[in-house]
Design a protein around this ligand. Structure first.
Ligand code: HSE
Length: 319
């Protein structure tokens, strides 16, 4: 009897779950499409329930007017990809509350896709590996950005800094790092990832490629050796930033004033319009926030800022 009641409570416990997928910063300056890290906050809130019959029902509990049709929705597409790999006749109902603004450049769509698949996997007794979850979530990310990339999804699921060493086949490497804080400036302008990708040059000069891979290797080594000076020297992008930064008003001044305030370095967060700066400690990250605010107040553009430690955890499960 006690065994049965234990089993019953186990099943009911696994019928619904609330998850909190975090915001993420992709590219990390020199690592276009291959590096990313997770923030502690902000994060979305998502409640998933098991439902009978294959399919996904999405209830949007915010004011962003995201499509409820699962075929057109990041959450829907990610869960449909996961359900394709499930034999049982089950589906999911999802209540999504987005606290990471869509189009902000801090991995809003990746949070939706990653939260959905991590929550679903929890309800399915964690039968899928993190790597498989990244594959499913990428199907969702594709709906939002028009391309399958994993540099937001991987840190959202694994936490910390991640490297996509290869996308096909998928090879994700987690990178240890010392204590770091991110300051994020989010100008309230829209930059579509697809537009921000379409302006990039398809060829790079060998000289620039050499500088870039020197910086990527230096940055990874800096994280692993907890060498803040090396991290700072390596946060340089000679390929993507010079092209994309023209989309972000005040970019150069933000960067200069943030460095003056003690930041180690930073640049565009993902495809923009957000910018981020990394600092050694919270006090510096807050001083950087102040410097960013002073610059941005002059532009007349509305903006939000966030200060957050780098999170070693990915999607949090509230049981
Ligand atoms: N690596 C991608 C890009 C991230 O920069 O286009 C987009 O979120």
């Amino acid at each position: 009897m006690s065994h049965i009641s234990h089993l019953t409570s186990h099943i009911s416990e696994k019928n619904e779950v609330t998850v909190h997928p975090p915001a993420t910063v992709a590219n990390v300056v020199c690592g276009f499409d291959i590096l990313g890290f997770a923030l502690e906050s902000p994060s979305d809130k998502m409640l998933l329930r098991k439902a009978k019959g294959k399919g996904v029902k999405i209830i949007n509990k915010d004011n962003y007017n995201l499509p409820a049709d699962p075929e057109k929705n990041v959450i829907g597409k990610a869960l449909l990809a996961l359900l394709d790999a499930v034999d049982e006749n089950i589906g999911f109902e999802v209540e999504s509350t987005k606290l990471i603004k869509p189009g902000s450049g801090i991995g809003s769509s990746a949070a939706s896709a990653s939260g959905a698949v991590v929550g679903a996997n929890y309800l399915l007794d964690n039968r899928f590996t993190n790597e498989q979850l990244v594959e499913f979530a990428m199907c969702g990310e594709e709906v939002a950005s028009g391309s399958k990339h994993a540099d937001n999804i991987a840190p959202c699921i694994y936490g910390g800094f991640t490297l996509i060493r290869s996308l096909h086949p998928l090879d994700i490497v987690t990178i240890p790092s010392p204590e770091l804080y991110a300051t994020v400036l989010h100008p309230q302008i829209e930059v579509k990832t697809s537009d921000s990708r379409s302006i990039l040059k398809q060829q790079v000069r060998l000289k620039d490629a050499i500088t870039q891979w020197g910086n990527v290797a230096g940055l990874v080594a800096g994280f692993m050796k907890s060498d803040y000076n090396l991290i700072s020297r390596s946060l340089v992008d000679v390929i993507v930033e010079p092209v994309r930064s023209i989309l972000i008003p005040g970019f150069d001044e933000i960067k200069k004033k943030s460095m003056d305030a003690g930041a180690l370095g930073g640049g565009i967060s993902g495809a923009g319009p957000s910018m981020f700066m990394l600092s050694k400690d919270e006090a510096t990250a807050k001083a950087v926030e102040q410097a960013m605010k002073e610059v941005y107040k002059k532009t007349g553009i509305d903006f939000h800022t966030h200060v957050s430690p780098i999170s070693s955890k990915g999607v949090k499960i509230a049981t």
